[in-house]
Design a protein around this ligand. Structure first.
Ligand SMILES: Cc1cc2nc3c(=O)[nH]c(=O)nc-3n(C[C@H](O)[C@H](O)[C@H](O)COP(=O)(O)OP(=O)(O)OC[C@H]3O[C@@H](n4cnc5c(N)ncnc54)[C@H](O)[C@@H]3O)c2cc1C
Length: 464
């Protein structure tokens, strides 16, 4: 957004709490590997932007497969009867395959129309995929990500992911094939070869994209202030908006702007809006994000797996997903070594949040030993990174909690919120966030009323 506004001669100031830009799309350099927060796959829809920011020579065309780790086996996606039979113990494969076959034939004949809304994500998944699949993949996985039982999670948890997978045609390669063997389509996100996904990845990690963009906007004259934590945002009708932020020295500074676009967590924005609305703050305090404790291990072996990323639904593993950066860029790091990124979801303050990093890494090495036979002696280096706001937790009552903020912001023409944490949505950078940035820039340049350009107030709208 900053670069689009700067291109039109608008003066832009960017306030960032951390000492670098990038947010969730940052990478950390260790032992020659650039390690991301989560396995960032950039979909080709925004390729012209990536090329502009870092040059086409820095963008890799990646093709690869995903997997599900279950009972010490890696099931290659698509999860269809053939792959299940190839990869799972015969009793599990038979139970799942029979359930699928039943749903494909008899189930279709007896299926009732779906209700408009389900009471929980558990009900929705059961209705769509059946009890066996719900048990197999979702019932322990959802609590790992959200900290809540699948019955306490809103159907949007699935619908948001479904929206993402549908828009990129990924269902064809992943869970949709549970019910139907779909021929993969050649589009953004899926290649013609069965099971393979296709996306773009920067040679030096996900963060390279944002570093390129940062250099570009600096050269356009955008004033980037690092270490500035925004504490309040006060619109004054048609007048300028006052923003207060605490700088790295702890000193409060005041800024005046014609308009403010916010990508900070909605919970922080609600607390900072002036005049203070205690009811709105009370409602948004019921909203929560899952945090991630990322653990990165450099292993003295050439490769752990052939999969881009592997999901682990079983309760006994603390990690929910592992990815291996060499499967994105095989030239990273030093020969004979691989780096894996292990995601542990936590809720700030919970037992796993309070454990010291050493204790968690010990447990994770034990779990990697259990699943992959990794020995402690193979771990040549490790480090950890904690990110507080990663996944919006769609508790059953989340809409009631976000609605007052949505209504309040849509009444303000000069303050707009968007992004991943900024819109409380499962948005990807290469997916909704860049598109939303362009739309917000269009809105701010247009001078037209918000609803005319950005649509109606709705928690499902990517803008607030
Ligand atoms: C595990 C994981 C995997 C992902 N995989 C992909 C993928 O494969 N492909 C893809 O395209 N995207 C992926 N994403 C999403 C991508 O990282 C985000 O969509 C993108 O970073 C969102 O950008 P954003 O600006 O909305 O939010 P963020 O990146 O969260 O940026 C918000 C910024 O606001 C700053 N901030 C917070 N509070 C304040 C404050 N009070 N004052 C000032 N600054 C503040 C933060 O420090 C941060 O820099 C993934 C994300 C995660 C967590």
């Amino acid at each position: 957004m900053a670069n689009l506004l700067a291109e039109q001669g608008v003066k832009v100031q960017l306030l960032e709490k951390l000492d670098e830009t990038g947010g969730l799309s940052r990478s950390f350099d260790r032992g020659g590997f650039q390690l991301d927060i989560g396995p960032h796959a950039y979909y080709a829809g925004q390729a012209p932007l990536y090329k502009d920011w870092i040059g086409a020579e820095n963008i890799l065309d990646v093709r690869g497969i995903y997997g599900v780790g279950y009972k010490r086996r890696q099931i290659t996606t698509p999860i269809n009867p053939t792959n299940l039979i190839k990869n799972l113990p015969v009793t599990d494969a038979a139970a799942l395959a029979l359930d699928m076959a039943f749903r494909k034939t008899l189930g279709k004949l007896t299926a009732k129309p779906e209700p408009e809304h389900f009471e929980s994500v558990d009900q929705l998944i059961q209705a769509r995929f059946g009890e066996k699949v719900t048990q197999f993949f979702f019932r322990d996985y959802i609590p790992k990500v959200t900290g809540l039982s699948a019955r306490a999670v809103h159907e949007d948890w699935f619908l948001e992911r479904d929206r993402f997978y549908k828009e990129h045609n990924l269902w064809a390669n992943l869970l949709k094939t549970l019910l139907k063997i779909v021929k993969p389509v050649t589009t953004d996100g899926a290649t013609g070869q069965h099971g393979q996904l296709q996306f773009l990845y920067p040679k030096r990690g996900a963060g390279q994209i944002i570093q390129g963009l940062t250099s570009k906007v600096r050269s356009q004259g955008v004033d980037i202030r690092l270490g500035y934590s925004v504490t309040s945002v006060e619109p004054h009708g048609d007048g300028p908006v006052t923003v207060k932020a605490t700088n790295a020295e702890g000193v409060e500074e005041t800024f005046e702007a014609d308009a403010v676009a916010s990508t900070i967590p909605v919970t922080a924005l609600a607390k900072g809006l002036r005049p203070l609305d205690t009811e709105l703050v009370g409602a948004t305090s019921g909203l929560r994000y899952s945090a991630l404790r990322m653990f990165y291990f450099i292993l003295d072996r050439p490769r752990l797996s052939d999969k881009i990323q592997i999901y682990f639904p079983e309760k006994k593993y603390l990690f929910k997903r592992i990815y291996e950066t060499r499967n994105l860029n095989p030239d990273m790091g030093s020969a004979g070594r691989t780096a894996i990124s292990v995601e542990v979801c936590i809720n700030p303050g919970d037992a796993n949040d309070q454990l010291p990093a050493e204790a968690i890494q010990e447990r994770l090495i034990g779990e990697l030993g259990d699943f992959y036979g990794v020995g402690r002696g193979e771990v040549v280096d490790w480090f950890t990174h904690r990110v507080t706001e990663c996944y919006s937790v769609y508790a059953n009552d989340y809409r009631k909690n976000i609605d007052p903020l949505v209504k309040r912001l849509f009444a303000e023409d000069r303050v707009v919120a968007y992004g991943r944490t900024g819109a409380f949505r499962y948005n990807f950078l290469s997916d909704r966030v860049l598109a939303a940035s362009a739309k917000v820039a269009e809105y701010l340049l247009s001078g037209r009323p918000k609803q005319e350009v950005l649509g109606q107030p709705d928690p499902k709208n990517p803008f607030l």
